[in-house]
Design a protein around this ligand. Sequence first.
Ligand SMILES: [Zn+2]
Length: 206
Amino acid sequence: MLFNFLTYNKFKFRKWDKYSLEERAYAFQKLEIIQAKKLHRPVANVVFREMDEKMKGQFVPGKNIILMNKMFITEDMLRFDGMFTLFHEGRHAFQHHVCFDGVEDGLFSRARKWRKNFGGYISGANGDEFSFYAMQPIERDANKYALQRLKSFRFRFGEDRYYNATVSFEERCFYDDKFRAREELGFFYKHKIAKRQKEEYERYNY
Ligand SMILES: [Zn+2]
């Protein structure tokens, strides 16, 4: 805990720039270990892979793996985008943990809401469903968490223009998603999304 800053500092350009791909991947793994501890959940294995650039990462629950796009270790300027992605996917690991490892229960718990969402996940594969995808509870929570975490580093990386660009971008996306949902789905968008989740659930369970 005391030495978390040693891991964070690895992302400073003067260090990052000299690291091999393995060392960069290891820095992300160390960051995941810190995250897991903060969220009181098992540590996931961070695995980098060639993926389409639209695909940033993915949490694979059965294997407890966080798959990450390899571009985050090959492109210097994407390392904070990689950080955001790691926090986002790590939050899904946490959601999964509280939903299915018997950590939280109760009628009004967030776990209940998340469990419903996992059961009726909206993949957004149809293209015109971006608002449904982005505003469903587990995605919204993961983005909110990742943004908060990334912003908490402003005193450490505030001088780095890629850090600032990533924070501004993600911040804008976070607010735009909500405005877009209101525009496309109306004021009761949350209700519409919940209904859509139920349809997804029924499609796979009946
Ligand atoms: Zn997600």
